[in-house]
Design a binder for this molecule. Structure first.
Ligand code: C2E
Ligand code: CA
Ligand code: CA
Ligand code: CA
Length: 278
């Protein structure tokens, strides 16, 4: 599948005229993909640092392209956002994530949350809140288990409207977190105004936290600020025990990363959660 990924990538890039053709092809196949529901959802565990237990997961979309096979988000999310298809893809991902989470809870798995990524186009879309409500109703998932991830950049691009949509989602009982924290250009004042419960520290601050004192200081400051605002903190992209040790010392609540697991299919996620309880 690595080979396929590379083929798809070089196919969709190279020079400009090829790029236009490739975009048209990608565009057509994306429209079909939505109709044929060619997307699947993988789950990356979120782990409580103090206990080592998996407490939830982030839902991450993959496209099973009929010819190219397994296709990563960076190959199709940008065009899907540009064309607005992300609205419908987002609905399909959210529905699958809610179905899977409901199934896990009904089977007795003890989990706190399933996190789903939002994009600007979804927040802008008129029918968005209604579609979230419809999915919560049809899947019978208690909204307190659902978490939406938004970025600072998204919020700043659409401040007034984003505030009103996020307030409404929060009033439904949904949890909200800031994704890729520290990478967007923004004032921090939105943290006061918005009903946010969690900050996800971007992987770029975690990558060299076991080697770079500046990254330790930045992470320490983010955690201190978050805690004083009553927010929980999750560190993204943890790959090594040495990174985890520092995050534990800094009292970071939870992490995601290859150190626990890559994003995996629901069956494999179940196995991971089961294993830790035996
Ligand atoms: P993100 O939301 O920041 O997701 C985290 C990305 O980091 C995921 O890549 C995940 O596989 C990767 N990752 C997690 N832990 C590690 C690690 O320890 N090391 C390394 N090297 N990488 C790690 P992925 O799944 O390729 O997703 C990329 C981006 O695509 C996501 O970044 C998100 O912005 C977007 N995306 C994925 N699924 C959806 C979706 O359903 N809707 C929307 N709107 N965007 C999505
Ligand atoms: Ca995310
Ligand atoms: Ca992220
Ligand atoms: Ca990131």
């Amino acid at each position: 599948s690595k080979e396929k990924g590379r083929d798809a990538y070089s196919f969709f890039t190279s020079d400009i005229s090829k790029q236009i053709l490739a975009d048209q092809k990608l565009n057509e196949s994306l429209i079909k993909a939505i109709d044929n529901k060619e997307f699947i959802v993988l789950y990356q565990p979120q782990v409580d640092i103090a206990t080592g237990k998996i407490t939830g997961a982030e839902a991450l979309v993959r496209w099973i392209h009929p010819e190219h096979g397994f296709t990563m988000p960076f190959e199709f999310i940008p065009l899907a956002e540009e064309k607005g298809y992300i609205v419908e893809i987002g609905v399909q991902v959210l529905e699958q994530a809610c179905i899977d989470m409901k199934m896990l809870l009904d089977s007795g798995y003890v989990l706190n949350n399933i996190a789903v990524n939002l994009s600007l186009k979804q927040i802008r879309h008129q029918g968005f809140v209604q579609s979230v409500q419809n999915i919560l109703n049809s899947t019978s998932l208690n909204p307190s288990y659902l978490e939406f991830e938004v970025t600072e950049t998204m919020i700043m691009k659409e401040y007034e409207h984003a505030c009103s949509v996020l307030d409404t989602l929060r009033n439904l009982g949904i949890t909200l977190s800031i994704d890729d924290f520290g990478t967007g250009y923004s004032s921090l004042s939105y943290l006061k105004r918005l009903p946010i419960q969690k900050i996800k520290i971007d992987k770029s601050f975690i990558d060299e936290i076991d080697r770079d004192e500046n990254d330790v200081e930045i992470t320490k400051a983010i955690i201190a600020m978050s805690h004083s605002l009553g927010l929980k903190v999750l560190a993204e992209g943890v790959e090594e025990e040495s990174q985890l040790q520092i995050l534990r010392q800094l009292k970071c609540e939870s992490y995601q990363g290859y150190y626990c697991s890559k994003p995996v299919a629901i069956q494999e996620f179940k196995t991971l959660v089961q294993k830790q309880n035996t």
